[in-house]
Design a protein around this ligand. Structure first.
Ligand SMILES: *Cc1c(COP(=O)(O)O)cnc(C)c1O
Length: 220
């Protein structure tokens, strides 16, 4: 556990997969973590972070960026359309483009601000009715619709179903990205990032294994 340990395990997984050291970007998912834990990781020299909530990220990162201007911030949580403007202003990458209405809002914000965060299309590889994401069958059509909006995604993202073997989902995502000619794959979390690296992840999103368990406080 901790940044050093995860970095070591990531380097080993890259090597096992025959990939170059540093081929995979480690996104340290700092959502809900107490500020002192995040500061520790910043002070250890890590600069790539992921957040799930626009409001929470807005409250923390503009200040920290004054001290660490080279921080790279990734939005990995579900994004409400009415937060698209703020998200484009704050984040360097958005991993959760999952519907056309959001694409339209993002396109407007990109135009207005002249800022283009890297985009990932979230794919619902498990066909789960409650989960966000484009269905695999509908991905080519969705990507076609993005083109005239000048939204060029860098890659695809998935969250495999809980309790399922993630490997087939990572494989499906890789195949979909290959077919679409997209270079980036955002897949793998604390419990399965080594599998994701073996399957070609370019971005892994690791929270609790770096920072410790998240404490969401007493249930409402
Ligand atoms: C919270 C979250 C993570 C990090 O999860 P851990 O299991 O703590 O590594 C990764 N991806 C997404 C989309 C998340 O919401």
């Amino acid at each position: 556990m901790g940044l050093d340990d995860i970095t070591r395990r990531l380097r080993a997984a890259e090597q096992d997969a025959g990939r170059k050291p540093g081929a995979v970007k480690l996104i340290a998912v700092s959502k809900v973590q107490p500020p002192d834990r995040v500061l520790d990781v910043l002070k250890q020299g890590h600069r790539v972070f992921g957040e799930n909530y626009v409001q929470e990220a807005q409250a923390k990162w503009p200040d920290w960026r004054e001290t660490w201007p080279d921080v790279e911030l990734h939005m990995i949580g579900p994004l409400q359309s009415n937060k698209a403007k703020q998200a484009v202003a704050l984040f360097d990458a958005i991993h959760t483009l999952d519907r056309m209405s959001l694409a339209r809002k993002l396109a407007q914000a990109v135009q207005a601000q002249g800022r283009s965060p890297a985009l990932f299309v979230q794919v619902n590889t498990g066909d789960e009715p409650q989960k966000a994401g484009i269905l695999a069958d509908e991905l080519p059509g969705f990507l076609d619709q993005l083109r005239p909006m000048d939204l060029i995604p860098q890659g695809l993202m998935c969250i495999p179903p809980e309790h399922a073997d993630p490997q087939p989902h990572f494989r499906v995502l890789r195949k979909l990205a290959q077919d679409a000619g997209l270079p980036a794959l955002s897949m793998g979390m604390s419990a399965d990032f080594e599998t994701a690296v073996a399957e070609g992840a370019t971005h892994i999103r690791v929270g609790s294994a770096i920072f410790g368990a998240r404490d969401y406080g007493p249930a409402q």
